[in-house]
Design a protein around this ligand. Sequence first.
Ligand SMILES: C[S@@+](CC[C@H](N)C(=O)[O-])C[C@H]1O[C@@H](n2cnc3c(N)ncnc32)[C@H](O)[C@@H]1O
Length: 287
Amino acid sequence: MFSAYPDPAGPDTAQNAYVFERGVTFQHRGGKTSTGRIDLYKRGCFNLRAAAITEPVLHKFQNIENRDAVLAYDREEFITAKMVEADPKIPGLPDNWRDAVQPHTGYLCVWDRKTTKTDPVTGRQVPDGKAIVPLRRYVNPRPAWWPQADFIVGNPPFLGASRMRDDRGSGYAETLRAAYPEVTDSADFVMFWWYKAGEETLAGRTRRFSFITTNSIRQTFNRRVVQSEMDKGIYLTFAIPDHPWVDAAACAAVRLAMTVGARRGDLPPINPATAKQGSASNDPAKL
Ligand SMILES: C[S@@+](CC[C@H](N)C(=O)[O-])C[C@H]1O[C@@H](n2cnc3c(N)ncnc32)[C@H](O)[C@@H]1O
């Protein structure tokens, strides 16, 4: 258990879970050791201000998880005709699902939405019907759990509603939307992170959150998510609505937004001087 704020270090180092100036023994190559102090230590967290940093810099802190950050589920299953007959409401099924049943395997497969071939008549690129992927269902889908964090920062993937479907498949996209009824249907993938961080902050588990997002966060379909969190008590302490960026994958100049949210009432008063600096805006109406 941690107290809300760090204490001064006590004599028993093992008991110093969240303290200033925690004593530490550094292990060097060749077996040598030296002592130092960590300015601010919290057990299980990465210490940026250690008086000396040893190699490798990134240790096994046991606090990095490789998992889906927004959708949790027990397992994925390839969909068969039998499954659809038992549950015709499996998310992401095409209307003509019977056409998708593969004769040899019994799995439902659809075009991968990426691979094309040249049409021999028109010379145009058309879907390659041989490039197929199995449809999946997600067993016991639910919002992913996030551990408590004082601050949440992130650069989550930006995928508009239709790109999310292309990229992750209709099954994933529809399962995710069903797991988050409060996130509007047309919202970008990144807004699920924004919503979750807003909820963590409203619950008092997080002090501030900040994300790089698509600049379409200002448009109605994404802004609804922001608005609904603000109606519940989230406040934007800082926002850059339209920042130039380079999309390395697409080699394209894009523009993105950056936002910082906190719970209303937890905030110091806004400083009008900072509010006027650069393109940053404290006024949610300007986002
Ligand atoms: C815009 S990149 C940011 C990468 C890195 N954090 C940074 O700031 O440079 C988004 C990252 O989110 C990861 N990602 C995509 N879908 C995810 C999901 N459902 N859960 C967790 N991470 C995901 C991608 O693999 C990608 O690495």
